[in-house]
Design a protein around this ligand. Structure first.
Ligand SMILES: Cc1cc2nc3c(=O)[nH]c(=O)nc-3n(C[C@H](O)[C@H](O)[C@H](O)COP(=O)(O)O)c2cc1C
Length: 729
């Protein structure tokens, strides 16, 4: 079954039950605290598994001659009924060994009694019980469909606990928490459903009925209670209740309800008069009650409360996820299968969507049937006349994440009619592989027999409106449909102002360190990205952040003569404020669990590592492998590195200089220490890379050889387990 079937079942079940589910969950959370409250009202006694009935029963009988019943409740407290207690006390707690009077027994707290009735039947009697039963059953189905969704999402059970990428708060915690809460919620739902079925007698629960042949009861020999073999073999932890004989007549006998059976015992001879095991269904009912209410185990009661709170969170986060999905989908007025214009988008940060949406809206306004979606949603388009692809390029000339599956899908869905194709690539000349992925897309599409290129591929550097307009003009001329290049580029939200507190750019060096302070940093970590807007327009430049000293944000920057961002930062003076945005880059945060971390960098790539080392705990071994042009280029960072070594934050540091007499690159250093790297990876350590793409290529080659030769694993194994992290540019 495919993902959407499980997704729709999960959603339909959640929608159909959510009101009752909310009610049952809130009351369930409150009731989960009942065992704690009840336990606190009872005397604290020793455990009952060491006390036999033969030891204790004679003492109770001697102390309370008219005792009629003993009940041992879920908290292992003895409640005795006897007219020997003061008149106003019908039943009391007694000590299991000494029979000592421990106070009047308490009835169920009226608040919890009221809450139990609401939880079980919503005060609607049988009809309410029916709805509650259905809700429990739906919760059970939701848990199963959720589990299947999770397995599909993680690409199999083996990867069940694999890291989950953080797309947004609701999605991330919905998945992460459900992995831990599935089992308790499954048990709550299953036991709730079972108890309802028993209540409606769909599962028969025959009552035990002891049959005693009164004619065959012996009146001799008389044996003392403590010598009854049956009493000697039963400890109090097995006992649920004991009914004492009404009189001393031999026809009156003890009735014992134990955890697994009921017994009738002759009060004179100690013979067993009748014995009956509980049927399986009754044992299941008791077990279900205990598991559903947590009444016999306070730790389990707490787990139930946490699981129930999570159900409320899942309802909330599930609806947020659905709302986001649906609200994005409403962009499409027409279905893919009926549209003549198909716009497919590859985008990582949303910029390309702005252009594509503008184009789509203009087609719709002109009455055209236009459909827009991600490249990864590629399918058959039976009515399509035009396929227009807008895509950015990411990583090292790679596909953005919503387009990484397109090549495979293209082969799986050949179109059945000729379609005009047009590809426009969005990228930046700051990267060596300018618009590489868009060029690849254009090649793949052009090789399809059904595809007729309408235009040659166009590219747009840095979201340039002029370049985009040139493409819209060309497209309009070829297609005969007028489309304007005017586009609303949505401005990024969550700007903040930060203050320059130092800038070493004045020291006539082409590499400099600039530090900023803010009134408040909201969840920022070394490795995150700082977006700046040097020309105060849509063009943003990203820099890797190092958090150093007393929460100062530090960037390590190299001045490029024509560089928009670096020239701007170079000119900034202490005391100036600038407008920025922080971008979470969680895949490149310092690992939380690793005991040993190697940081490999060249040039300004040392920036985030200065922050990570400065905030690193002494229990983690940090090694730095850094490449610079010459010893002089390293001087900028030397004072900070010396400080880290003195504070034992930096275990080792090794440098390569590419323009000294003995030319060396970081890749050479890694090669030299190959067995050290192999050991670190083998023991769960993490290797992080930051710097130029050329350095990344070199080092990855060396690491690939180390993984294959020394560890007999492909490099991808360690990348997939987040043991090799990279953030290069
Ligand atoms: C980490 C990173 C890597 C990038 N790699 C490339 C690249 O290899 N080639 C390129 O032309 N543009 C590259 N870019 C630039 C983006 O493609 C460009 O900014 C594009 O407009 C972003 O569009 P989006 O917001 O839709 O993802 C990269 C941008 C970033 C932040």
């Amino acid at each position: 079954m495919n993902l959407s079937i499980w997704r729709y079942s999960h959603l339909t079940l959640a929608i159909s039950s959510f009101l009752f589910l909310i009610l049952a969950t809130i009351t369930g959370i409150i009731l989960a605290f009942e065992p704690v409250v009840e336990k606190s009202k009872r005397p604290n006694l020793e455990s009952l598994d060491q006390i036999s009935l033969a030891q204790s029963l004679p003492i109770w009988k001697k102390k309370y001659p008219s005792i009629s019943e003993i009940e041992i409740d879920n908290f292992k407290t003895l409640i005795a009924k006897s007219s020997d207690f003061p008149k106003e006390i019908p039943s009391a707690y007694i000590h299991p060994k000494t029979g000592e009077f421990l106070g009047e027994s308490q009835v169920q707290n009226p608040f919890f009694e009221w809450m139990t009735a609401l939880h079980r039947s919503l005060f609607l009697h049988e009809l309410g019980r029916f709805f509650v039963g259905i809700t429990a059953f739906l919760l059970w189905l939701i848990t199963i469909s959720g589990t299947l969704l999770l397995i599909q999402r993680q690409s199999g059970i083996r990867n069940f606990f694999k890291k989950i990428p953080k797309e947004n708060f609701a999605q991330y915690y919905h998945v992460v928490l459900s992995r831990w809460m599935l089992i308790p919620i499954f048990i709550i739902a299953l036991t709730g459903s079972y108890l309802s079925l028993v209540r409606f007698e769909i599962f028969a629960s025959p009552k035990v009925n002891l049959e005693v042949d009164l004619d065959k009861i012996n009146a001799s020999p008389q044996i003392a209670f403590h010598d009854f073999k049956v009493f000697q073999s039963i400890t109090l932890d097995e006992v649920k209740s004991i009914e004492f004989p009404f009189s001393e007549d031999p026809e009156d006998y003890f009735t014992l309800k134990l955890s697994d059976r009921e017994l009738a015992v002759n009060q004179i001879t100690g013979e067993i008069l009748s014995e009956q095991k509980y049927p399986f269904s009754q044992i299941m009912t008791t077990l279900s009650l205990e598991l559903h209410t947590g009444r016999t185990n306070l730790l389990w009661a707490l787990i139930l409360a946490i699981a129930s709170i999570n159900i409320l969170f899942f309802i909330y986060s599930g609806f947020v996820i659905t709302y986001k999905r649906v609200s994005k989908k409403t962009k499409n007025k027409f279905k893919a299968i009926e549209s003549q214009y198909i716009i497919l988008v590859g985008s990582e940060n949303g910029g390309t969507w702005d252009f594509a949406n503008g184009f789509h809206q203009q087609l719709l306004k002109q009455g055209k049937k236009s459909f827009i979606d991600s490249l990864n949603q590629y399918q058959n388009y039976p009515e399509a006349e035009h396929l227009i692809v807008f895509s950015s390029t990411y990583g090292i000339g790679e596909a953005p994440s919503n387009a990484n599956n397109f090549k495979k899908l293209l082969k799986e869905h050949p179109q059945n009619q000729h379609i005009n194709i047009s590809v426009i690539g969005f990228g930046s000349h700051s990267y060596p592989d300018f618009c590489k992925y868009a060029f690849e897309l254009h090649d793949w599409l052009s090789n399809e027999s059904w595809a007729k290129p309408l235009l040659d591929i166009h590219t747009v550097n840095d979201k340039s409106i002029e370049e985009y307009s040139r493409w819209t003009e060309a497209w309009s001329a070829q297609s005969g449909i007028a489309i304007s290049g005017k586009t609303q580029i949505s401005q990024p939200s969550k700007f903040q102002k930060i203050l320059v507190i130092s800038n070493t750019s004045g020291h006539h060096n082409d590499t400099f360190l600039i530090r900023f302070q803010a009134k408040k940093w909201v969840s920022i970590k070394s490795g995150d990205l700082l977006a700046i807007y040097p020309a105060n327009d849509h063009r943003e430049r990203l820099y890797s952040i190092g958090m150093v000293g007393k929460n100062n944000l530090q960037l390590s920057v190299r001045l490029h003569p024509q560089g928009l961002g670096s020239s701007y930062l170079h000119e900034l003076k202490t005391g100036e404020n600038i407008k920025v945005r922080i971008i979470n880059n969680s895949h490149f945060h310092f690992p939380k669990k690793a005991k040993e971390v190697v940081m490999i960098c060249n040039g300004t790539g040392i920036g985030p590592f200065l922050g990570m080392i400065s905030q690193c705990s002494k229990n983690v071994k940090c090694h730095l492998y850094a490449g610079f042009r010459d010893a002089n280029s390293m001087m900028l960072y030397k004072p900070q590195l010396d400080d880290f070594s003195k504070q034992n934050k930096l275990t080792s540091s090794t440098f390569a200089f590419s323009r000294e007499i003995e030319k060396q690159y970081v890749g050479n250093l890694v090669e030299k220490d190959a067995s050290k790297f192999a050991n670190i990876l083998k023991n769960g350590g993490v290797i992080m890379l930051c710097g130029s793409l050329a350095m990344q290529r070199d080092v990855m080659e060396v690491l690939k050889a180390i993984c294959e030769n020394e560890l007999r694993q492909p490099l991808s194994h360690y990348q997939a387990h987040a043991q090799i992290l990279s953030d290069c540019y």
